[in-house]
Design a protein around this ligand. Sequence first.
Ligand SMILES: *Cc1c(COP(=O)(O)O)cnc(C)c1O
Length: 369
Amino acid sequence: MEVRAEALRANLRTLRERVGPGPAMMPMVKADGYGLGMLRAVRALEPEDPWGWGVATVEEGRELRAADPDRPILVASPVPPGSYPDVVEARLTPAISDVPALRQLAAAVRSGSASVDFHVEVDTGMGRAGFDWRESGRWGREVSEIEAGVEGFRWSGCFTHFHSADRADDSSIRTQWERFVGALESVPGGGGGKMLHACNSAAALRCPELAADGVRPGIFLYGGAAGEELPESVPAVRLRARIVHVRDAPPGTTVGYGATHAARSWARWATVAVGYGDGLPRALSNRGHGLLRGRRVPVVGRISMDVTVVDISEVDAVEVGEVVTFLGRDGEETIGLEEVAAHAGTVSYEVLTGLSRRLPRIWIEEGGR
Ligand SMILES: *Cc1c(COP(=O)(O)O)cnc(C)c1O
């Protein structure tokens, strides 16, 4: 698995140009930097001087805090009850979705005698976390009162999350934005002085006027497509493996578990040392492709845990040790993340985060191909 650091920076700059110099950049580096490696992704993006980082869990936040002592780290998902002392100790910025969570955080702040910033998530239609936008008259005051009662406690931000920003039709984004802004009106102070943020990659590109005080891009940084009719990102990841065995297959020869493919005429097959145990989706069995010397070679049979067989009949004199590319560019041909995701019946996010620990992450700095 090769990762180009400069691609992440180039994609961040594209977002920056889109939203302008004002909004804070909060790259989402959750799920081990979308599978690329969180700390390496952070190191790659640091030269662009982001305002802070976004993670999903306290464990991710703690690991990141050890590497970056200064920048704010938003934990964007609700955390389990026992985790608040760790939130305080690592100076993380939790997203608060309900009053009991806020009280637990308050207790941890008191006993840790530290100060903590928190952001309030407002649910405007995502339905998985956040205070209900329709009830801000109730929770707005209560959150304010709890904040005021604890020394070192600072309600410094409010955010929401769009459910369909990948779609070309932006009407749901606008509806959710209006709900968000409407909810803030019944918060004491009207949300004034708080950092407001809503946009993921797709929303930042589609509706940069809603970038507000900050944006939370993820997939676009890592080379994924943010959504319909949006600019393309620079691909960041390439998945390649070596041929470890080559054979001639007489007509009728079967391949893989279930013998789901048989050679119709004489064929030549190559066994490549990558399988679903590495995160190559098994759903690519009998439908995906690899690239060999810049040419497409079809996957034949089911993908196994450790190996995948491709039909190399159309390529001359292939030798053991040659490299097959399953994701990314080889010569003039490319297998894009979206193609793999479509074949696998999923999204680019799941393909990237599914690439397993077994694959070495080889980060290529500037100048590398
Ligand atoms: C993951 C996540 C993002 C990033 O979304 P992308 O579609 O990857 O840009 C932004 N905000 C929140 C709350 C998230 O969980």
